[in-house]
Design a protein around this ligand. Sequence first.
Ligand code: UT7
Length: 338
Amino acid sequence: MLEDLYLMINKSYLSGFSFYVPDTVLTNNDLEKMVDTNEEWIISRTGIRQRHIAENQACSDLAFHASTQALEKAKIKSDQLTHIINATFTPDAYVPNAACVLMEKIGTKGIPAMDINAACTGFIYGMELARSLCALHPEAKILLVASEVVSSRINIQDRSTRVLFGDGAGACVVSRQPFSPEVQSCYIQDIMLKADGSLSDLLTVKGGGSAHPMLLGQTVTDSFFVQMEGREVFKHAVRSMQSICLEILEKNNISAEQIDLFIPHQANIRIIEALAKKMEIKQENLFINVQDYGNTSAASVPIALADAWEKGRIKPGNLVLLVAFGGGFTWGASLIQF
Ligand code: UT7
C-alpha cells in the first residue's frame, strides 16, 4: 500500500523510554481501612497489590518528571524539541492544556503543545500522531508523554473503581532518525488504531463536560468520577485486544511466537492472562507490572515499556508488541523493533 511505502521511507523511532510514579503508595491493606474491600478480593480479581497516588501533584507534574528523564536518556535538550504531545484524560485543567503547562516546566516555548484523549489507549494514539508528524517534518523531535492522575477522577467511596487505578506518567522522544548509538532507540514498525463510540456508556467520566456541565453551587455527583460496567468492559477489552493483535501480526507476516515481548495495557491481570492464553503467548514473553502500579490509564503502556527496559526484559534486536484498550471504546496496537 502507498501508506506503507510512505512510512517505510519516513521511518520513526522511539528513544529515552522513562517513567515516573508519585511517592505515595496505597496498598490493599490501606484500602481495607477505607472501603468495604479485602486483600484477597483485590488480588484474586485484579492481581493488583499496590498503586501510587499523587498528592498535590497534577498531570503536568508527573509528566515533568517522566519527560526530564526521557530527554536526559535521549540526550537532547528541551529547546531542541519540535512538538509536545501529552496523552491524558486527567489534565491539570480544561484550559490551558497540560502540554502547555509541561512546556513551561521543562523550559521551552514556541512549538506546538497539545493534549490528546483516547483514555487508556492514549499513548498508542500519541505514537501514531507523532510518527505522522515525523513523516511531515524530517527534523521532528517530539516529546511524547502519557500522564494521568486518575485518582483525581475516582469516587473514594466506590470500591469497584478505587482499588483498580493508580497515577503515573511515561515519556519518550519520537524522531525520524535514531539518536547517537549510545542512545537506546526502537523503530516503530507498525501501528493500528480503532474506536467504537456505540459502546461509550460502558466506561465514562461525564460530569463537568459540556453535555453534563457543572452548575454554580452544585455539589459533585457520581458522574464526575470514573463509572464502569466492569464485566462488560472486561469482555470487550479481551476481544478487541486479541483481534487487533491478530490483525497487526497478520499484516506484518509475523506469528505470535516471533514476538519477544508482549506488553499489554495493565488494567487487570485476568484480562492480560486471558489475552495471552488466546494469543498463545508464553509467560516468559509477557510483561506484567499491574501488581505494582494498578491501572494508570494512558500511562500504563509507556510505564510498562520503560519498566520492562529497565528490568532487562528487552534486548537489542527484540520485537515487542504493545496493545491497549480503553474508554470510548478505543484500542490500538504497535509493533516496535529494538
Ligand atoms: O482500563 C481500561 C478499562 N478497564 C478495564 O479493563 C477493567 C475491566 N474490568 C475488570 O477488571 C473487572 O470487571 C473488575 C476488576 C472491575 C471487577 O471484577 P469482576 O470479577 O468483573 O467483579 P464484578 O464487578 O462482577 O463484581 C463481583 C462482586 C460483586 O458482588 P456481588 O454482586 O457478586 O455480591 C461486587 O459488588 O464483587 C463485588 N466487588 C467487590 N468486593 C470487594 C466489587 N468491587 C469490590 C471490591 N472489593 N473492591
